[in-house]
Write a protein that binds this ligand. Structure first.
Ligand SMILES: NC(=O)c1ccc[n+]([C@@H]2O[C@H](COP(=O)([O-])OP(=O)(O)OC[C@H]3O[C@@H](n4cnc5c(N)ncnc54)[C@H](OP(=O)(O)O)[C@@H]3O)[C@@H](O)[C@H]2O)c1
Ligand SMILES: *[C@@H]1O[C@H](CO)[C@@H](O)[C@H](O)[C@H]1NC(C)=O
Ligand SMILES: *[C@@H]1O[C@H](CO)[C@@H](O)[C@H](O)[C@H]1NC(C)=O
Length: 344
């Protein structure tokens, strides 16, 4: 009996140590720009969707630290303002004399409302951004150096966007499709400029079923998330093709598994929660670790001129053939133009 208890205790202890070891000495992602490079993004304007939470927030924090002026495109103004206040505070605390929103080191944050589940909101957001850029640098031409399509919704119950699109396809793909198209002129006139798209490895389980893009016949929330993330990749590749010779690049990345608010629609039983938390703590990346590839693609001189590629952990990765199918990518582009109403 005593032996069994001791054995169980030892096993539990061993397990905990192993998890802790995974966390602290496991293969962690190297943080780019640690310490140095503080002026790398100085004078650059970056727009990030979903910048109030998770990966978007961590990406905003780092680019801000590198001197960028960051426009946060967020669905909820209150949550976004709170995040902005915290980010400014963190920058002030972290920074020495050369960092701080009022000195030349760190950049500047601007919050703007953007609901990707509403085409009307996407359109008025773009108008406001253009207006803001015109007003704030009256003497200079307005510029947008980097657009980061980061916002996302994961495995929600069946819902439709304001315009009647299945929610995950509508927000993750169509909202960003319209946003990017409306900002393309500005990105081109700001060249060299970059577009960064956040997808997921789960794209592997998706397909673009053109006959039921709004999932009216049958809704499978995992399939729809995967489909939207496959659409992100096909969109990137088609856009890269269309942007050849413009000095505007577009690349797509998967962040790995990251501890964020993305799982808000997944219900985990109360009893399993502590175990789940332990496992995510041990195996998932922190938002700052997860954001490294977004930060890399947005800022590194190494990827200057690189376009249409798929990245993970700051390295190029292979795609499945279905994500490289040019005819599906072309057809998705055409169908998306019709759906968001920008057909010329
Ligand atoms: N976490 C992971 O393990 C993981 C893995 C693979 C890929 N990703 C991708 O990473 C990206 C960022 O997700 P995250 O993990 O950082 O999750 P998160 O913490 O939930 O952040 C998602 C962001 O998207 C915003 N958003 C959701 N719906 C929106 C809408 N209709 N309009 C505008 N913004 C909207 C959210 O705003 P609110 O806060 O207002 O809801 C939030 O700011 C997503 O594209 C996701 O697919 C994440
Ligand atoms: C839902 O889609 C996922 C991913 O495509 C698939 O693995 C799963 O079997 C589907 N579930 C149902 C009930 O069809
Ligand atoms: C792209 O950049 C190259 C190198 O800086 C430059 O020579 C070329 O004119 C640029 N092309 C356009 C379309 O801006």
């Amino acid at each position: 009996m005593a032996v069994a208890t001791v054995a169980a205790l030892l096993a539990a202890l061993g397990g905990a140590l192993w998890l802790a070891a995974r966390r602290f000495v496991g293969p962690t992602v190297k943080r780019l720009h640690r310490g140095g490079d503080s002026g790398l993004m100085h004078g650059k304007t970056v727009l990030i969707t979903g910048a109030n939470s998770g990966l978007g927030r961590a990406t905003a924090a780092e680019l801000l630290r590198l001197g960028a002026r960051v426009i946060m495109g967020c669905r909820d103004r209150t949550r976004a303002e709170e995040a902005a206040i915290q980010l400014r505070r963190e920058i002030c605390q972290a920074g020495g004399p050369e960092l701080g929103p009022d000195s030349s080191g760190a950049g500047e944050l601007v919050v703007k409302e953007l609901d990707l589940a509403s085409l009307r909101s996407v359109r008025s957001f773009c108008q406001e951004v253009l207006q803001q850029l015109l007003n704030s640098f009256a003497k200079e031409e307005p510029r947008l150096d980097v657009l980061i399509n980061n916002a996302g919704i994961f495995q929600c119950p069946y819902m439709k966007t304001e315009d009647g699109f299945e929610m995950q396809f509508g927000v993750n793909h169509l909202g960003h499709f319209l946003l990017t198209n409306l900002l393309l002129g500005l990105l081109k006139s700001s060249a060299p400029s970059r577009i960064v798209v956040v997808t997921s490895k789960l794209y592997k389980y998706g397909d673009i079923n053109f006959e039921d893009l709004n999932s009216e016949q049958n809704y499978n929330k995992s399939f729809c998330y995967s489909r939207s993330k496959l659409a992100n990749i096909l969109f990137t590749r088609e856009l890269a093709r269309r942007l050849e010779g413009t000095n505007v690049t577009v690349n797509v990345l998967h962040p790995g598994m990251v501890r964020t608010n993305l799982g808000r629609h997944i219900h985990i039983p109360l009893l399993v929660k502590p175990l789940f938390n332990l496992v995510t703590w041990a195996f998932f990346k922190t938002p700052l670790e997860g954001a490294q590839t977004s930060i890399y693609l947005a800022s590194s001189p190494e990827v200057e001129g690189v376009s249409g590629k798929y990245f993970g952990d700051c390295k190029e990765e292979e795609l499945l053939p279905k994500a490289m199918d040019e005819s599906v990518a072309g057809k998705l582009w055409d169908v998306s133009e019709v759906m968001v109403g920008i057909l010329k």
